[in-house]
Design a protein around this ligand. Structure first.
Ligand code: IPM
Ligand code: MN
Length: 354
């Protein structure tokens, strides 16, 4: 298969983990006789510094001309501590999501047996956790009307029926392929937007009689995620709730550095780690490249390259079992490996495993 892949490393640890993601994809291309053509583009603070725009036209064009996007992270403390800055790196990511209509963000949460000791939760609570968060990504407060003055500010949480319907379809699609259990998370006891979500879901539920659909308020869901994460199979929710719940869910596994995601819509799909740019670690060669590498696996699987994706997942699993780990997931007294070393070990496994 030939695939044009836009590579957007972004900021902080982004470039370091991006390199490892590309190495792994290259290894897969080599082993399975595919042709992956990589072209990189600017995004985030590095794009502001170079061309004054966090998502330049050139990057948009590159994305539209590509079959897939391998994205890493954006964010820079120079902007975090300056709320009055007229331009921010995160705007680049939001502009990309909106202009490519990447409305469905898929964030799978699984635990690794050998990493249970890294989790803040008890072993019996987390062992065997396996669920998928489907986060709506181009609506809600992130994109609704905003107002900001010295004494007053607001964000509007707008959702249309069609926006809710299309994300629920994606969620039901996952539920049908999995354990046929969908949890719709909202705040319908307080928010009008959530009441529309619930109405639309209650209607659609009838089309999927095999799926057990249940409804949960977001405050309750946030509790359930740490108390009984095995309850969930597929969880679907709006943009802001999804942002918060997926950070919460990500720590179940022991490290945010493990979690990949896919953002899909009607245009070029994007694959990115759930974690951010971790500026304090930039250039130190300590960031965990696994979330990026598993995002590459999701990219392969998106194009039906299932066996290829499995090789990458097996390689990641093997690296963890052999304790080839960055500090965030290394066991007590274990050797610490760098970002490059972990990436190279996984790449090598992808090239040579049976
Ligand atoms: C995420 C991130 C982004 C978001 C930021 C960087 C804008 O936290 O992908 O979860 O809030 O969506
Ligand atoms: Mn987030």
């Amino acid at each position: 298969m030939e695939l044009k892949i836009a590579v957007l490393p972004g900021d902080g640890i982004g470039p370091e983990i991006s390199t490892q993601g590309v190495l792994v994809l290259d290894a897969i291309a080599h082993r399975f006789n595919h042709k992956f053509i990589f072209k990189s583009g600017l995004i985030g603070a590095s794009a502001i510094d170079t061309v004054g725009d966090p998502f330049p036209e050139d990057t948009l064009r590159l994305c539209l001309e590509s079959d897939a996007i391998l994205f890493s992270a954006v964010g820079d403390p120079r902007y975090d501590n300056n709320p009055s800055s007229p331009v921010r790196p995160e705007q680049g990511l939001l502009k990309m999501r909106k202009s490519l209509e990447l409305y469905a963000n898929i964030r799978p949460i699984n635990t690794y047996k050998s990493l249970v000791e890294r989790s803040p939760l008890k072993e019996e609570v987390i062992e065997g956790v396996d669920f998928v968060c489907v986060r709506e990504l181009t609506g809600g407060m992130y994109f609704g009307e905003k107002f900001e003055s010295e004494d007053k500010a607001y964000d509007t949480n707008v959702y249309s029926r069609s926006e809710i319907e299309r994300i629920l379809r994606v969620a039901y699609g996952y539920a049908m392929k999995r354990k046929k259990h969908l949890t719709v998370v909202d705040k319908a006891n307080v928010l009008a937007s959530s009441r529309l979500w619930r109405k639309v879901a209650q209607n659609m539920e009838k089309e999927y009689p095999e799926v057990k659909t249940d409804y949960m308020f977001v405050d309750n869901a946030s509790m359930r995620i740490v108390q009984d994460p095995k309850f969930f199979d597929v969880l679907v929710t709006e943009n802001t709730f999804g942002d918060i719940l997926t950070d919460e869910a990500s720590v179940i596994t022991g490290s945010m550095g493990l979690l990949p995601s896919a953002s899909t819509g009607d245009k070029t799909p994007l694959f990115e780690p759930v974690h951010g740019s971790w500026p304090e670690a930039a250039g130190k060669n300590i960031a965990n490249p696994i979330a990026q590498i598993l995002s590459a696996a999701m990219l392969l699987e998106h194009f039906g390259l299932i066996q290829e994706g499995k090789v990458v997942r097996d390689a990641v699993q093997a690296s963890i079992e052999n304790s080839i780990c960055t500090p965030d997931i290394q066991k007590k007294n274990g050797n610490i490996y760098t970002t490059d070393e972990v990436g190279e070990w996984i790449t090598d496994y992808c090239l040579h495993s049976n």
